[in-house]
Design a protein around this ligand. Structure first.
Ligand code: F3S
Length: 393
């Protein structure tokens, strides 16, 4: 890879040990993927924040980088393993909480904005069309590439931190026009509405077509909430980081692929039936990806004045800034007076809750995937309204 004089100095250690290590990681990655140079990025989003994933070796590595490392671009974090302020209400142990706080404190020392969310684009880490960024969270990567038209590969935690410390990333993969072109056209012949249906659509496409970049026709409209659910599911089931949706996503494609696959009502029904375990539900998860303010308002209106079945637990996960506005608007009180819990900064996958519940209901196909695979819960994909009904039953 060709390096500028400044990059060469960084690689030699003139800018400190952490920057040197970061350059080593970026150069190695660039060489593996055939990048010719490093390019400037406008923001970073780092995953691998939960202590449950990092453990002591991960935390020690971060602490080492924090000795003299400072981020050079705007950088935010993916969800942590708990609500950083109200972790006790989620029954997180004191021991885990202390370790998680150390992780966040270490990131903070490096100048990272310690807002922990998988929807950074909803609260201020919002790139514009065509900007190069280095993000980690798979759903956010898919959203940024596809819905916003920004450009990012799916970074791992260490490569995202390295990009933040250097302010650059190797130019390969989705940063290049030639790798952003659709490979197959999908004609959707069924009406898709609601976050859970968009999640089911992501599962169908991911299961059928894997990582192929699709050009999707037949979706006349989609809200931000529906698209974030779709991105989360599609990235989970297909490992997809980019799609094009006619009339909705902004990238101009060179050619619409002549190979066509159709998707019908039966495909969606099949996906829904595969996420429909016979279970007694004791845990309901909403806010995957993190709930928007509009979703919190909707949930607050639906729950207002009612009581959650005390045998069930419902978490609505969201970003801290979103919760702060919900606090001011009275939505938090309306929701929590019913017995439901708003869990900011965290997510039901990276929180240490394995074994605490048996049956999970969610409007997110991604949450169902990890609820079953990682936390060993039986799962049910339902609409948001059905999830709320279930919590009250
Ligand atoms: Fe976000 Fe966790 Fe879902 S990181 S996308 S809430 S699984």
């Amino acid at each position: 890879m060709e390096l500028t004089p400044e990059e060469k100095d960084m690689a030699k250690g003139k800018y400190g040990k952490a920057t040197q290590k970061a350059m080593e990681i970026l150069i190695t990655l660039g060489e593996i993927y055939g990048a010719k140079r490093l390019i400037d990025i406008s923001s970073v989003q780092i995953a691998g924040v939960s202590y449950a994933n990092l453990n002591e070796p991960g935390l020690n590595w971060l602490a080492d980088m924090a000795k003299d490392g400072k981020v050079r671009v705007f950088t935010t974090l993916n969800p942590a393993g708990m609500d950083l302020e109200e972790w006790r209400k989620l029954n997180i142990s004191e021991d885990f909480a202390k370790k998680q706080q150390r992780v966040v404190e270490v990131f903070g020392r490096m100048g990272v904005i310690t807002t922990c969310s998988c929807t950074p684009y909803l609260y201020g880490n919002l790139p514009h069309f065509g900007q190069n960024i280095a993000w980690s969270e798979s759903s956010a990567v898919c959203f940024a590439n596809s819905v916003i038209g920004a450009r990012t590969n799916r970074e791992g935690g260490p490569s995202a931190l390295s990009a933040a410390l250097v302010g650059k990333t190797p130019e390969y993969g989705f940063h290049l026009d030639e790798n952003r072109q659709p490979e197959i056209t999908v004609e959707v012949k069924v009406k898709i509405e609601g976050t859970y249906k968009f999640g089911a659509l992501g599962k169908v496409l991911g299961d059928k077509l894997g990582k192929k970049i699709t050009y999707i026709k037949g979706i006349p409209k989609a809200s931000v909430e529906e698209l974030k659910s779709f991105c989360a599911s599609y990235a989970t089931y297909g490992g997809v980081a980019l799609f094009h949706m006619e009339g909705i996503t902004p990238d101009k494609v060179k050619t619409i692929p002549s190979e066509i696959t159709e998707l019908t009502e039966d495909d969606i029904k099949k996906a829904l039936s595969e996420l429909d375990d016979e279970i007694e539900i004791d845990f309901i998860s909403l806010g995957c990806p993190h709930a928007s303010l509009a979703e919190l308002e909707y949930i607050a209106q639906k729950l207002n004045g009612k009581k959650i079945n005390p045998k069930k637990e419902i978490w609505i996960t969201t970003a801290r800034p979103t919760k702060q506005i919900a606090d001011r608007m009275g939505f938090t009180k309306m929701i929590e007076d019913t017995g439901a819990k708003i869990a900011a900064d965290t997510c039901c996958v990276v929180a240490p809750i394995k074994g605490r519940f048996k049956g999970l209901a969610s409007d997110s196909a991604k949450m169902c995937y990890y609820g079953s695979g990682r936390n060993k819960f039986a799962v049910k994909l339902m609409s948001m309204d059905e999830c709320i009904e279930e919590a009250l039953k």
